[in-house]
Design a protein around this ligand. Structure first.
Ligand code: IPM
Ligand code: MG
Length: 375
């Protein structure tokens, strides 16, 4: 009998209401094409607007409980946040809190130049860029330790503490080598330039203590992977080299805040933020969400590119496939990935960010139709 997987869907703000339904279409298509039974709870309203519309003190939609986050097999969520509400809302709806609560220590953010997409870099072609920003997701500037000194109602000082631990560094660096080994979430294993499996460690050692620790642990862990090439570059240099020779990179592992910044830069290298999928992954739980934000400036016009959301959901299926040893889920991810390549490569259906004139839903339907063809 086919096992049923339960997935929690959360919508979010801005363009989330446009791109999440497209991911749902694709989930329904993979069910059909790969004989899967995927029960989706929701997708429920969630995010900044939800809190405002429902009186912030009230909390979650009664159908969503924090317990549910731990019970389901996977979670996906559209981007959340509206600029006017920044710093005015309580925390639990933020992705960073979900990352901490569920201990999702790895943020996997692939950067791939896909067929049919023009590069912003002169002369780079599809296949030339295929690396992963592997962002540590539970430490560094994001631990939320720090505070304000206020005197007489005036904020005079603000402190943020950056924290890196042996456990935190070790598990993300090990994950980088493991992903390099399998090449999962990439178009192909290895770097496009020479096919070599390579893990680049990037941070600012010599200046930041936590980054000294990060690099030292990188060298320790690398000893367990003699077949994978080592590479270390300061993060400022990496922002240069990733643009000058993106084809050299395979997996780039880095502390949290650098990963936040470099994954947006990598969105540009892919040709659009709308192509930037991402997965927050732990050992027991995961949640998928695009790398980008809620884009309120373009929301409501159905011009957003749902690829990022669709890819994120596909990555979630792959993670579930690993966890349950279910190859159909892993095939479903590959099917989604290839369907996106085929639709983009055909250059017939494209959203405005890629110089097309199709709507969010026309693009989502084209991907879902392609998924149904399988292979
Ligand atoms: C991201 C976002 C988040 C982050 C924000 C929304 C807190 O920019 O997922 O990259 O900084 O991690
Ligand atoms: Mg970000």
């Amino acid at each position: 009998m086919t096992r049923r997987y339960t997935i929690l869907g959360l919508v979010g703000d801005g363009i989330a209401g446009e791109i999440v339904p497209e991911a749902m279409k694709v989930l329904r298509a993979v069910e059909e094409a790969y004989g899967l039974d995927l029960e989706v709870l929701g997708p429920y309203d969630f995010g900044a607007k939800y809190w405002v519309d429902h009186d912030m003190r009230q909390g979650w939609d009664p159908a969503i409980t924090e317990g549910l986050f731990r019970e389901v097999d996977g979670i996906f969520k559209g981007p959340v946040g509206l600029p006017d509400l920044l710093r005015k809302l309580p925390g639990p709806n933020l992705p960073i809190n979900m990352r901490m609560d569920l201990d999702l220590y790895a943020n996997i953010r692939p950067c791939r130049l896909r067929p049919g997409v023009d590069s912003v870099l002169v002369g780079r072609k599809p296949g030339d860029i295929d690396y992963i920003v592997l962002r540590e997701n539970s430490e560094h500037m994001y631990v939320g330790i720090g505070g304000y000194l206020s005197r007489g109602g005036v904020t005079e000082l603000a402190i943020d503490d950056y924290v890196q631990t042996r456990k935190g560094c070790e598990r993300i660096i090990r994950k980088a080598f493991e992903i390099a080994k399998t090449g999962e979430y990439k178009g192909r294993a290895g770097a496009p330039l020479d096919g070599k499996k390579r893990v680049t460690c990037t941070a600012k050692w010599g200046i930041c203590k936590g980054d000294d620790l990060f690099k030292d642990i990188y060298h320790e862990v690398a000893e367990d992977y003699p077949d994978i090439e080592q590479d270390t570059t300061w993060i400022d240099s990496w922002s240069y080299y990733a643009i000058m020779r993106p084809n050299f990179y395979d997996i780039a592992v880095m502390p949290n805040q650098y990963g936040d910044i470099m994954s947006d830069m990598s969105g540009a290298l892919q040709g659009s933020m709308g192509l930037a999928g991402s997965l927050n992954a732990g050992d027991d739980h995961c949640f998928a969400e695009p790398t980008h934000g809620s884009a309120p400036d373009i929301a409501g016009r159905m011009i957003s590119n749902p690829t990022s959301m669709i890819l994120s959901v596909g990555m979630m299926l792959n993670w579930m496939g690993n966890k349950h040893g279910d190859s159909r889920l892993k095939e479903a991810w590959r099917g989604i990935d290839l369907a996106i390549d085929r639709v983009l490569g055909a250059k017939k259906v494209r959203t405005p960010d890629l110089k097309g004139s199709n709507s969010t839903s026309e693009f989502g339907s084209a991907v879902a139709d392609e998924v149904k063809k399988g292979g």
